[in-house]
Design a protein around this ligand. Structure first.
Ligand code: FMN
Ligand code: EPS
Length: 389
């Protein structure tokens, strides 16, 4: 059975829940490292008041005993601190003539799932749409991704990332080794590698916020230490680059994804794109460059995976946008009480997490076994096969 998970829960409900199925037994779980990922997602310049209310922690309520996985499904819970402020709104039906009716959401926001979701599910209270479409769900996806990261770390696979752009502000290109990139972006309020860009991005977010607007950006994720051979060309749904693209596009507000040089490949000649093949006794097969971002034929080629995603600006705006009331069909100007102005730094952590998950899934498909011991033996055997090729 391959690795899979589902999530449930509403943004202003009591909790988010995930069930992870297919994790091998005997993986030691570092709870501190897991919660560190949740903390990383909560930080980032430009977020709204909600992030001051939440202090995300993942509770593991199934599948782990004495700090180790048992092979049983893993149940993860992230509690919503904000629930206490929403209990009445979430629990009492908004009947006509009651106070709750006033809180019924009937004014859809452009850019959010409100109108499409209301029409599709025939819901007259758009709260039922926004509660589940909210990116609050990414908290528990980061917890799930943290489990995947811990599995990958056992095999020396490491993941980092950075913010490349926020609106008009572009970070200068860098070629930092992964460890240094991680150290620098970790210390940055916007997850960039240099302080000058950080200041510019902060000032830009301040400006956007002051104008009642929102802003998106571009984020990058890098995975190092991969064996050649994860994913496959033999079937469309086994191509790992395609699966990663799907995972990145599934993050709320992501509108595009590219691997390696991505869209730039359309402008260049073949000789400027393809990564020449080298071989040495110490390294085995390697590449002179990594323009294709670690993939050929949907299979890892041993070079780092480099994947980028673009996030659109946050839909909920203080600056009114035109919309239509679903009760009266009258036009109105959408306005809000609370929202993020920019969630690009947070989204970069979500992206690392969903990429980690896809890589871990492909890793277990290749080296699968029920226990870590069995997987390690399969992995070592394959390494020997590569050495002797
Ligand atoms: C970390 C994160 C935080 C977000 N915060 C907000 C927010 O505060 N307000 C908002 O309207 N949208 C926010 N979004 C974006 C919406 O969730 C998203 O636009 C919406 O679910 C519609 O989905 P789509 O944009 O993928 O089509 C956030 C997204 C992410 C990844
Ligand atoms: C709660 C989170 O993000 C939320 C994502 C979100 C949305 O519409 O996507 C809207 C906001 O929620 P609220 O309306 O409660 O302020 C964000 O705060 C989180 O990232 O943990």
């Amino acid at each position: 059975m391959s690795l899979r998970y589902l999530t449930a829960g509403e943004t202003h409900g009591p909790q988010l829940t995930a069930i992870v199925e297919g994790m091998p037994s005997n993986l030691r779980i570092d709870f501190e490292a897991l919660n560190f990922q949740l903390l990383r997602r909560q930080k980032g310049y430009g977020r709204g008041r909600r992030m001051q209310i939440e202090q995300d922690q993942a509770d593991i309520v199934g599948g782990v005993r004495h700090g180790q996985t048992t092979g049983a499904p893993i149940a993860l819970v992230v509690v919503n601190n904000d629930w206490k402020h929403w209990t009445k709104i979430m629990n009492v039906e908004p009947m006509e003539g009651t106070d709750e009716e006033k809180r019924r959401v009937h004014r859809p926001r452009p850019g959010h799932a409100d109108l499409n979701g209301g029409l599709k599910y025939d819901l007259k209270d758009l709260r039922n749409v926004l509660e589940r479409s909210s990116a609050r769900e990414t908290a528990v996806r980061v917890a799930v991704g943290a489990l995947a990261r811990q599995l990958l770390e056992v095999f020396g696979i490491r993941i980092g990332g950075q913010v490349l752009r926020i609106g008009e502000i572009v970070a200068p290109a860098n070629n930092l080794p992964l460890d240094e990139l991680v150290a620098r972006t970790e210390a940055s309020s916007v997850r960039v590698a240099d302080e000058e860009t950080e200041k510019k991005m902060e000032a830009y977010i301040d400006l956007i916020k002051k104008e009642g607007d929102s802003v998106g950006g571009v984020v990058e994720c890098i995975v190092e230490g991969l064996p050649i051979g994860l994913g496959s060309y033999v079937q469309y749904d086994r191509k790992l680059d395609a699966r990663i693209a799907q995972a990145v596009m599934s993050i709320n507000a992501f509108k595009g994804v590219e691997i390696g040089i991505g869209f730039e490949a359309g402008e260049l000649r073949g000789s400027q794109v393809h990564d020449e093949i080298l071989h040495s006794e110490e390294t085995g097969y390697t590449r002179a460059s990594n323009r294709l971002g670690g993939f050929e034929g949907g299979i890892t080629n041993g070079m780092p995976i480099v994947v980028r995603g673009v996030m659109k600006p946050i839909p909920t705006l203080y600056k009114p946008l035109r919309s239509v009331d679903i009760d009266t069909k009258e036009p109105f100007n959408a306005q809000v009480e609370r929202s993020d102005a920019c969630a690009v730094p947070a989204a970069s952590v979500v992206m690392e997490s969903v990429v980690a998950w896809e890589v871990a899934k492909a890793f277990l498909e290749k080296f699968g076994g029920d226990s870590m011991e069995e997987i390690k033996a399969n992995y070592d055997n394959y390494k020997r096969q590569l050495e002797n090729y």
